[in-house]
Design a protein around this ligand. Structure first.
Ligand code: D5M
Ligand code: FE
Ligand code: ZN
Length: 528
């Protein structure tokens, strides 16, 4: 097996029962003949050694240098990943990014280039980096699942979202409306507690505030009646209209979502630096695409990826156990801890100088109900690779000034199921994300598909407008801008499962969206 990359060297050593220090692997990868250097290093290590140290490798390389002189005219060290297709799929090009040239077919080694580039090439001073998290609720969970917790979480949701809407309508508390008298104009800011169609095809929306509920009628022939199709239970909206003669119902003239202001002006990084935004790795599944992952990790070691200094992973790191009925039939690794061990090994393939941040998803070993806290210490101890940090799902992460809202995306299934195709579909997952941005909430609907955990506050409200919204879960790739917010749903690293086949989900697997943090432009790299 060719040993051009650190990842392959690590695998080769592991298959012979050795671990290795990271610098030892880097030294081997940079050797003119990595395979030979590895063999010689193994010859020199003491019989009882389990870890190949950097000193072992240096010793053998020095001995090697004395016996092997590189002659002028010798071929330069291979500098390209053996079989990476490294192409930008035209079907996923934004049109704004120049397509990357495809200089090799899968499996066909590309021509050797001039300079060695198969090592960590990030030359930027790490001191320039900045990444911080806001709204991480790990360790802050106070909910016990009691009735009062539900009251507080919904109260908090209402307070935060109604604040965004109050300026838009001349609102009145629901219990004051009847006293206003029929025929008056009035506004309401409320949580959607019921949506019904009437016998004549109009819409009756029940809105609830902290004082009670009030029925609001949207006539089917109004221009905005279409917006009713976008409504989900428990989201907070504002309406304005005229009270009926007996002041028992509001005839709606306009409807507002908390929304992202059109004037949102995203922040950008001060230098050219990139982040890879991926999700749904699903290590432990028989369909996990190890080869695509190796190519991705290999590519991160090349000059082309020199500006990729951050890797953000939006959940489903592992396949988990017992997530779906009969899931065990498709498991490659059946123990959840072993799955995380394996995941950590795959992370080790990523250059050590890339900052890794991740959040859990519904396949990960944390509570399913959202917000999901980060992994417990036991799991974090397993995932020591590169000092990767885990935050809660969702988490708002600021990377060199750019705020990225990371959310796994379970509610996208619900948005897609409830809304008409043209507003949200699996083929255009970013449109479903636009809906969440409009609602300023990552998982509005309670009691359905998405499980919500009551806490003393609603961590799922988008209090601040993010510059980038990063989700996964639906295993489809899609991105676009909504009111200047870049929404990216990042595909997966798992080929189609039997279940997905049965329901016609055709996953976009083996893609890595690469985001320029200085321009917020995207390039998608394909590794499958
Ligand atoms: O979810 C991947 C996608 O597939 C997401 O849209 C849910 C859907 N999915 C996958 N398996 C099932 C089952 N058994 N029931 C319902 N929906 C499913 P992921 O979180 O990766 O499993
Ligand atoms: Fe997933
Ligand atoms: Zn998922």
């Amino acid at each position: 097996m060719p040993l051009e990359t650190p990842a392959r060297i690590v695998n080769e050593l592991a298959s012979r029962g050795y671990n290795a220090e990271r610098e030892a692997v880097t030294l081997l990868a940079d050797a003119s003949d990595p395979a030979g250097a590895l063999e010689r290093a193994l010859e020199t290590v003491p019989d009882d050694a389990l870890v190949i140290s950097v000193d072992h490798v240096r010793e053998s390389l020095e001995a090697d240098a004395q016996s092997h002189v590189v002659e002028p005219g010798d071929p330069p060290a291979a500098d390209h990943i053996g079989d990476s297709p490294l192409e930008t799929d035209p079907s996923v090009s934004t049109g704004t990014d120049p397509p990357q040239s495809t200089d090799s077919e899968p499996g066909v080694p590309p021509e050797t280039r001039g300079s060695p580039s198969r090592r960590s090439t990030r030359s930027a001073d790490p001191a320039q980096r900045s990444i911080e998290v806001h709204n991480d609720m790990t360790g802050q969970s106070t909910g016990t699942g009691e009735y009062n917790d539900f009251v507080s979480v919904f109260r908090d949701r209402y307070e935060k979202l109604s604040k965004m809407l109050r300026g838009r309508v001349n609102h009145r508390p629901t219990d004051a409306l009847e006293r206003m008298g029929g025929g008056n104009d009035a506004g309401i800011v409320g949580m959607v507690s019921d949506i019904r169609s009437t016998a004549s095809g109009h819409w009756l929306i029940e809105l609830e505030d902290t004082n009670g509920t009030f029925p609001c009628l949207v006539m089917k022939d109004r221009a905005f009646a279409d917006l009713v199709q976008e409504l989900l239970y428990d989201e907070v909206i504002a309406v304005e209209g005229t009270l009926s003669d007996d002041a028992s119902i509001l005839f709606v003239d306009s409807l507002y979502f908390p929304d992202v202001p059109r004037t949102h002006d995203p922040s950008t990084a001060d230098r050219h630096v990139q982040a890879a935004l991926i999700s749904d790795v699903h290590v432990g599944s028989q369909e996990f695409m190890a080869d695509a992952w190796h190519r991705f990790a290999d590519w991160l070691h090349t000059d082309e990826a020199a500006h990729v200094e951050y890797l953000l992973i939006a959940g489903d790191m592992v396949e988990g156990v017992g997530v779906y009925p009969d899931q065990d039939e498709e498991l490659d690794v059946i123990d959840i801890y072993d799955q995380y061990e394996r995941f950590s090994e795959y992370l080790e393939e990523v250059p050590g100088d890339i900052e890794i941040r991740m959040i859990p998803g519904n396949h990960d070993a944390v509570r399913l109900a959202e917000p999901q806290p980060a992994f417990d210490e036991e799991l974090r101890d397993i995932m020591t690779a590169h000092d990767a940090r885990v935050y809660s799902n969702p988490a708002l992460v600021t990377v060199e000034g750019v705020t990225v809202l990371m959310y796994h995306g379970v509610s996208l299934d619900e948005v897609i199921a409830e809304l008409p195709d043209e507003k949200a579909s699996y083929d255009e997952p970013h449109r479903a994300m636009y809906q969440l941005l409009r609602k300023r909430h990552v998982a509005p609907q309670y009691g359905g598909h998405t499980r919500l955990a009551p806490e003393d506050r609603d961590y799922l409200v988008m209090e601040d407008v993010p510059d980038v919204f990063h989700t996964g879960h639906v295993h489809k790739l899609g991105w676009g801008k909504y009111h200047n917010v870049l929404a990216i749903n990042s595909g997966c690293w798992q080929a189609q499962t039997d279940f997905q086949k049965s329901v016609n989900i055709d996953p976009d697997a083996g893609y890595a969206p690469i985001l320029d943090l200085d321009t917020l432009e995207m390039t998608v790299r394909k590794f499958s």
